[in-house]
Design a protein around this ligand. Structure first.
Ligand SMILES: [Cu+2]
Length: 496
């Protein structure tokens, strides 16, 4: 595998990459730091900065279609405080703008590839026709564009977009190519308007993109085992692109809806409050939960999302993440993520609605499961023994389902390491993990599930609306290094 060009080394230019971020409300010290671009010393009491927020991408309306332009290009980014290295982003130098759409809207994403290599961009969690899905089959050549257009047809959820390029997904995500994609629907809008579920982007609805990255002292981002094992590599946790130290970034909202996205390559995050009080989770990856549900921690394998609502008392609350590393990084750690500070309007808080969503459970009794095996032979990762590192290899193990038929899948991990299993197009329900039925938030809709070493996980889903004998979806491990090493294959939804 070829390497990226040496990083553009630039020391002592902090703040350059933050210019395109909107500022959240700030503490006084942070406001001063933000206004002047002063780099405060690491770990100092005054180092807490306001949480930078990705801009909301404003679409143009063309013939009834909302058009969202996205251009991927290289740039430079301050990955560590005071250390700037080569990066890539959508419409900027690191990460991408937040895209917000509503159920029923006709949308077009105009994706331009300004990189010097192929790029595929996938709408993770989006229910779209296969030709618009952006898997490895939809590579965009350098200098070219790809303009998928579809009607949003799904429940309110926190999704994301990221590269899905054959063999290059890990490195392209690690450079910074990732962004949040928020879907609203009538139910979520009504819950926000009438019953206190926050929904104002950047005001009380807070995107929190978390990435455990590997970076050397020159600012070069690493994306494979060789890179992780190189000298002088540190593993900072980035929140919306900014490395957190002992003092996490702050956000002010008396009630905040925190949209957590683990955009790490392969790390598993467990997010909790530092005071060990429960978090109130309102959504899993693909939809709102039936009702607000208290959890001790939110466990997020790579690629997963969750929404929590924090009502903030006088002192504010701090979220931290336990980071569990895999893929050649034995650097488990516990790090602060975000501090939410109370705003002035505490008296106005209404109780959260007790009803958020209705989830009808699939009845899978009598269905014989389709067995999908995560395999590892002679160092080759694969699905059912086929390592999907080329299009022709993936063609040898196409999983074929029929539109509208209820599917029960049994995902068996026969490799000696943990994985996370992701299916494109439609959300699924967890049926069992090692024979045990799910409870609580595990009853929610999702598109990615952890499959630990030796585990057997059953999931159920129905591929509705879209079918094609020509265009394919995908299924794969969402540890990005693992999918690049072949743990992925194609999924064909045949017409009913
Ligand atoms: Cu994996």
């Amino acid at each position: 595998m070829d390497d990226i060009a040496p990083p553009a080394l630039r020391l002592g230019r902090p703040g350059i990459s933050r210019r395109r971020f909107l500022a959240g409300l700030a503490t006084t010290a942070a406001a001063v730091a933000g206004a002047t671009g002063i780099a405060l010393p690491r770990g100092s009491a005054a180092a807490a900065t306001r949480l930078p927020l990705p801009e909301l991408l404003v679409p143009t309306l063309r013939d009834g279609v909302l058009v969202f332009p996205l251009r991927a290009a290289f740039g430079t980014h301050e990955v560590l405080p005071g250390v700037t290295g080569r990066s890539a982003g959508f419409n900027g130098s690191y990460l991408g703008p937040t895209i917000r759409v509503s159920d029923g809207q006709r949308v077009r994403f105009e994706v331009a590839n300004g990189l010097d290599e192929d790029l595929a961009v996938h709408w993770h969690g989006a229910h779209v026709p296969p030709e618009d899905d952006g898997g490895v089959h939809s590579a965009i050549a350098p200098g070219q564009s790809w303009n998928p257009e579809f009607t949003v047809k799904q429940q309110a959820a926190t999704l994301w977009y990221h590269p899905h390029t054959m063999g290059r997904t890990a490195r392209q995500i690690s450079w910074g190519l990732a962004g949040m994609l928020i879907v609203d629907d009538a139910a979520s809008a009504s819950a926000s308007a009438s019953s206190g579920l926050p929904g104002e982007y950047g005001i009380d609805d807070i995107p929190v993109i978390v990435q455990s990255v590997a970076v050397d002292r020159r600012g070069a981002i690493k994306y494979d085992s060789d890179g992780f094992a190189a000298r002088d590599v540190s593993f900072p946790l980035l929140v919306n692109g900014v490395a957190v130290d002992r003092d996490p970034p702050t956000f002010t909202a008396t009630r905040g809806r925190v949209r957590l996205l683990n955009a790490s390559l392969s790390e598993v995050l467990a997010v909790r409050r530092t005071d060990r009080r429960p978090l109130v989770q309102v959504a899993t990856e693909s939809a709102l939960l039936p009702s607000p549900t208290e959890v001790d921690a939110v466990r997020l394998p790579a690629g997963c999302r969750a929404e929590v609502v924090a009502d903030v008392a006088t002192d504010g609350i701090t979220l931290e993440a336990a980071v569990r590393t895999t893929v050649g990084r034995n650097r488990d750690s516990r790090q602060p993520l975000l501090r939410v500070l109370p705003g002035p309007e505490r008296a106005k808080l209404r109780p959260l609605p007790s009803w958020l969503n209705t989830i009808s459970r699939y009845d899978v009794s009598g269905l014989r499961p389709r067995v999908i095996t995560l395999t590892e032979r002679g160092g080759l990762l694969g699905i059912d023994g086929v390592s999907g590192t080329t299009m022709s290899a993936m063609d040898r193990n196409v999983i074929e389902v029929r539109k509208d038929e209820l599917e029960l899948w049994e995902v068996v991990n026969r490799s000696p390491r943990d994985h996370s299993f992701h299916v494109h197009d439609v959300p699924f329900q967890l049926v069992s993990v090692n024979g045990v039925a799910p409870r609580g938030v595990d009853l929610g809709w999702r598109d990615t599930v952890e499959v630990r070493r030796g585990a057997t996980v059953r999931i159920a889903m129905r591929f509705t609306d879209y079918a094609s004998d020509t265009y394919l979806y995908m299924l794969h491990c969402h540890m990005a290094e693992h999918e690049d090493l072949g743990m992925m294959t194609s999924l064909k939804v045949r017409p009913a």
